[in-house]
Write a protein that binds this ligand. Structure first.
Ligand code: FRU
Length: 506
């Protein structure tokens, strides 16, 4: 009874809140929404309130769905629900109504969505089925379905479909159809391992196997797994993503394993684990889209651009009276490439759809020098990309500084071994000690020439080395966009191009 009252109260508060929101004009007027200080201009963020993990990533009928962990009532973590946005091009997002709200089984934690093409669950052919964690007194897995392209969901009446077997951290189901074994496979985070379950109908699940003891990073609970195949020059390989604390630069990050999956067991190949998808501080809980059409065939990934070390304290995008807190990374394509030392490296690169918002390239430096400072002509745009091609070696370093007129800056230094990103003077940093930490990434021996692609938005810098052999995603909160670039080299030739992006909210 208490839980039913809780659910009704939550729904009433939400309805009141959302309706107040639409009648009371907010400061800055509706036209200024998505234009506020710090508001990402080329990344998804919710109109207002808190977001964390991407959930329910699925493509269906021309639309990419991005559900996400959302507090519809405030800018801190709580009241966990699934927010919802859709896109037809992975760049421009349209926010829809909240898709799933807490109920008598608890909050709605992270999970996934699949398209049930053969109606295995009996909710209808091509039903969109969300599989998520019900987080109440214990964590269990539940499902809900939609037959109107994800616009409304009905929770299954016999939830949960996978009860808690006595494991405290039992969450974040990610499901796909495995043709070879003719069943749905669920990867589930279970304390500090991943447990795999199988099902013929999404409603009853059998435990298959467990992976993770004694391998990889165990700096904290394992969360948000994702298991998927990628093709390589050595045939098909399986990748297992696992988010957890113990990230190389502090706090939370996403590690990966490469190996085989036979319908029951995942086995990892030898590699120098832990390996990390992104060595910046702010790419967490990322997973990939299901049901991408075969003629596209890409494995598309998006992460939450934040770190649990300080997630609840980062500045809000400044809408009064309530802020919006949190954003997603750019969408990236994942690929496997053989590392010179004989293991597969998971590369991630911004999707080609970025071209649709890009303005023309301009070459701003193309010569040998020791130090050069260039003003970036932003032309009123609030996001841009820099591409540098240069040379590094054991004795040669390439350094870059991005700064603004307030003398706020971040810096990037790369040599033959590592890339270092510093943000201790990048703008507002004092909301958490750990925010000032620098981040460091191996460059995996591929540095001559070295190509850096750097995407700068109002509150983030995403760096890709040699088409994503290494990537670093970091938040920054400068009082105005960095518009001055300083490059230092050992008098070697550096080619630097620059282009602005149109806002995705235009
Ligand atoms: C990861 C996570 C998940 C959980 C969700 C709750 O960031 O902790 O494990 O489902 O966030 O919001």
């Amino acid at each position: 009874m208490k839980t039913i009252i809780h659910t009704i109260l939550f729904a009433v508060v939400l309805v009141l809140f959302v309706s107040c929101d639409t009648v009371e004009p907010i400061e800055g007027t509706v036209n200024n929404e998505y234009r506020e200080k710090y508001r990402p201009q080329i990344h998804f963020s919710a109109k207002r309130n808190w977001i964390n993990d991407p959930n329910g990533l699925v493509y269906f009928d021309g639309e990419y769905h991005l559900f996400y962990q959302h507090n519809p009532l405030g800018a801190e973590w709580g009241n966990m629900s699934w927010g919802h946005a859709i896109s037809t091009d992975l760049m421009h997002w349209k926010q829809l109504n909240v898709a799933l709200m807490p109920d008598h089984l608890g909050d709605i934690f992270s999970g996934c969505a699949v398209i049930d093409k053969n109606n295995t669950a009996g909710f209808g052919k091509d039903a969109m089925v969300a599989i998520y964690t019900s987080a109440g007194k214990v964590q269990s897995q539940s499902i809900a379905y939609s037959t109107d392209k994800g616009r409304t969901f009905t929770k299954y009446s016999a939830n949960p479909v996978l009860a808690n077997p006595g494991i405290a951290d039992f969450r974040d189901p990610k499901v796909f159809w495995h043709n070879e074994s003719n069943q749905w496979i669920m990867s589930l985070a279970t304390n500090q391992t991943i447990t795999f379950y199988g099902s013929s109908n999404l409603k009853s699940w059998t435990r298959l196997s467990e992976f993770g003891n004694g391998i990889g990073s165990h700096g904290g609970v394992w969360e948000c797994p994702d298991l998927f195949p990628l093709s390589t020059e050595n045939g098909k390989k399986w990748v297992l993503l696992v988010s957890n604390s113990g990230a190389p630069n502090g706090g939370t990050g996403t590690q990966y394993f490469i190996g085989k999956f036979d319908g029951t067991y995942f086995t990892a190949e030898d590699a120098p684990y832990p390996l990390w998808l992104d060595y910046g501080k702010d790419n967490y809980a990322g997973v990939t889209w299901d049901n991408i059409p075969e003629n596209d065939g890409r494995r598309l990934h998006i992460g939450w651009m934040n770190n649990w070390q300080y997630a609840n304290n980062i500045p809000v995008f400044n809408i009064a009276p309530k802020g919006a807190r949190g954003s997603m990374t750019l969408v990236r394509e994942l690929k496997l490439e053989m590392h010179p030392e004989g293991y597969f490296l998971l590369k991630n690169k911004v999707v080609s759809e970025i071209e649709s918002i890009a303005n023309d390239w301009k070459t701003i430096v193309d010569e040998a020098f020791t130090s050069k400072t260039v003003a970036l002509n932003l032309n009123n745009k609030k996001a841009y990309q820099l591409q540098l091609i240069g040379k590094t070696s054991d004795s040669e370093t390439l350094s870059l500084k991005l700064s603004n007129s307030k003398n706020e800056f971040c810096s990037i230094t790369i040599d033959a071994r590592k890339l270092i990103f510093k943000r201790s003077d990048s703008g507002i940093v004092n909301f958490a000690n750990a925010f000032s930490d620098h981040s460091e990434s191996p460059v995996f021996g591929i540095t001559n020439p070295v190509k850096l692609d750097i995407y700068v938005d109002q509150s983030s810098v995403e760096i890709f080395v040699n088409d994503g052999a290494a990537s670093l995603t970091n938040l920054v909160f400068p009082s105005s966009l960095y518009d001055v670039l300083t490059v230092e080299s050992n008098n070697s030739h550096v080619n630097t191009k620059f282009r602005t992006f149109n806002s995705i909210w235009e």
